[in-house]
Write a protein that binds this ligand. Structure first.
Ligand code: GCB
Length: 598
């Protein structure tokens, strides 16, 4: 789905700020038609934000089911004869939206955008009411999956993943105008002609523009590719064409150079629509055990992260985003993984613009009985008609389609992860995943694809590794295994890496880490202390450096983050190199030394 923007033919207005908000613990709002008027007894709720931590008390934090958001907005007078679109960048985990009393869209999936054409329902110059019922329930058919258990005290949400089920409107909502005949999608596939490592490289941009609307058939598409100074470096005619850029400025790690593809839809002399698509030209290739960006081996260093902040939970905020990216720069990270769901588009824009490399992950996490057991949730069989089933796979496939459609043009995305730590050693898991790998390949034949493996499936037993281009593994030797015993952990880590190395693909250590309470110290190797975390990381790095097949290290996690309540987490997961409020632990300084030499 094409993102909206201000252009010569389009307008864009954010609908952020305070919305009216009312929880619906009894699930009666739809039947009682709460969308038909003002929300009775509503409170103010910021958008974007998770609602869970805004109000003191357990009620909202542990709420299960619908909450209602509402506000009014006015369509600018100048939008007469325009197409009007209402877009939600996300609603976690599903939402139904009404404009006045008309239902305009339902969307499943908490981390991808959706929109509705509301032209026929609104009048330029006049106000209208937007109401959204946002449902946070995780079920066996949602991505990620979960279970709602009915109790005498009401429903309880259980899930098998290790981060808090924050919900609400986490990202901006927009009111956008487009012409009635408009650019509805753009796909760009960058490449190079010849040797990408030569001194002067010729870049290629294979673009496809889709146009919809009453004049679409008669309209022409023309494009111009502009460099940073606004100079035209190529031009094209038609909805599909390959542009060539002599002496191209490549996009690369640490250099977020992007061109502007200025698209115009024209009819005679009239410019019917104009849209600008950013384009970064770079190549990505897996060759043997190397991961090449622009023909050069790239070593991933950075973190698995979370969208997680005090008070607003997973709500997007530019201040924290820029602060987090500045901290990543300080520590020498060149990449991160969007563990364990698609992140806000603003985050991806920043990564594109600053040359930060991204492993883009679908929100499929918590499909593993052994991991669930560690978190205190017991399930017999993860893959079965009653648990993760064909219906779940449909939701999962849709989540893949929507993420790939959203992020397909991003140079920062060099690798897709279609799931985190699913069970992967059983025939059932293979049956479930094989079609999803096929779908991912079909949707994007240009980027490497993989999934993230957990220790319960080894190099010898994993049935999914063969479908990926890289091996991504999360390992916790010295934490969950050989707890507190780093010499034993070191041997076990070395032995396992040797087995994976034999598979001839790049290996990325996508998680390794130790829970650490900032300020807790010990001279005797005690777990949970800052000393243990640094010793643990040192040990891993010593072993990593022995394996040329290892092409990256992503520490778990960038910062401490909230989880569900349970006996293995003290106020959340503490494996951050930084605290939740971004104060460095000793580990942060160690990583900075390793990654920057400073
Ligand atoms: C994992 C998961 C991650 C957890 C982490 C941990 O393997 O991928 O979601 O938070 O371990 O700390 O247990």
């Amino acid at each position: 789905m094409l993102r909206h923007q201000d252009s010569a033919t389009r307008d864009l207005r954010p609908l952020t700020g305070l919305w009216r908000f009312r929880p619906d613990p009894d699930g009666v709002g739809r039947e009682e038609r709460w969308y038909a008027g003002g929300l009775a007894g509503a409170i103010d709720m910021p958008v974007p934000a998770s609602y869970n931590d805004i109000v003191p008390g357990r009620e909202l934090r542990l709420h299960v089911g619908d909450v209602w958001y509402q506000r009014t907005a006015r369509i600018p007078r100048g939008w007469a004869d325009q197409r009007v679109v209402l877009r939600f960048d996300s609603a976690t985990h599903r939402a139904t939206v009404w404009v006045n009393e008309t239902e305009v869209v339902f969307h499943e999936g908490g981390y991808t955008p959706f929109e509705a054409d509301i032209t026929g329902l609104v009048t330029p110059g006049e106000e209208f009411r937007i109401t959204a019922a946002v449902d946070n329930r995780l079920t066996w058919e949602s991505i990620p999956p979960g279970m709602v258990v009915e109790t005498e005290h009401g429903p309880r949400q259980k899930y098998m993943h290790d981060f808090f089920n924050y919900a609400g409107l986490h990202r901006p909502v927009w009111l956008a105008s487009t012409p009635t005949t408009y650019v509805s999608d753009v796909t760009v596939v960058p490449g190079v002609d010849g040797d990408v490592t030569a001194d002067s490289v010729t870049g290629t941009v294979d673009y496809t523009v889709e146009v919809e609307g009453p004049r679409a058939d008669a309209a022409q598409v023309r494009v111009r590719l502009l460099d940073h100074s606004g100079t035209e470096v190529a031009q094209g005619e038609g909805a599909h064409c390959i542009l060539r850029i002599e002496d191209v400025h490549l996009w690369g790690p640490g250099d977020g150079y992007q061109y502007d593809l200025a698209i115009e839809v024209v009819s005679g002399d009239e410019v019917v629509d104009s849209y600008v698509q950013k384009v970064g030209v770079r190549t990505v290739e897996v060759r043997g055990h190397e991961f090449l960006i622009n023909g050069k081996p790239f070593y991933f260093q950075g973190f698995g992260m979370h969208e997680d902040h005090l008070a607003r939970g997973k709500g997007h905020d530019d201040t924290s985003m820029v602060n987090d990216f500045q901290i990543l720069d300080w520590i020498g990270a060149n990449s991160f993984r969007t563990s364990h769901y698609p992140y806000a588009e603003e985050v991806m824009d920043y990564a594109d613009a600053h040359g930060i490399v991204v492993i883009d992950e679908v929100g499929a996490v918590g499909m593993n009985g052994s991991v669930a057991a560690v978190l205190g949730v017991n399930i017999d069989k993860v893959f079965s008609p009653d648990t993760v089933s064909e219906a779940t796979r449909e939701t999962h496939a849709q989540a893949i389609r929507e993420l790939f459609a959203r992020d397909k043009n991003r140079p920062s995305v060099v690798l897709w992860s279609i799931a985190n730590e699913p069970e992967s050693h059983t025939p059932e898991s293979e049956d479930y995943f094989k079609p999803l790998f096929e779908l991912a390949r079909e949707l994007d034949p240009h980027r490497p694809i993989g999934f993230v493996n957990v220790m319960y499936s080894t190099a010898e037993t994993c049935r999914l590794a063969k479908y990926g281009d890289v091996i991504m593994i999360n390992r916790y030797y010295g934490w969950y295994a050989q707890s507190g015993d780093l010499p034993l952990a070191e041997d076990a880590l070395r032995a396992e890496l040797a087995l994976w190395a034999a598979q001839g693909k790049p290996i990325l250590m996508t998680e390794y880490g130790a829970d650490t309470v900032a300020g807790l110290h010990s001279l005797t190797g005690t777990m949970w202390t800052e000393e243990y975390q640094t010793e643990y990381l040192d040990m891993h790095h010593r072993v990593f450096d022995e394996f040329p097949e290892l092409q990256g290290e992503h520490v778990w996690n960038f910062a401490d983050f909230k989880t569900s309540l349970g006996i293995v987490r003290v106020d959340g997961n503490k494996k951050g190199a930084f605290t939740r409020d971004r104060r460095p632990k000793a580990a942060a300084h160690l990583l900075r030394r390793r990654w920057t030499g400073r």
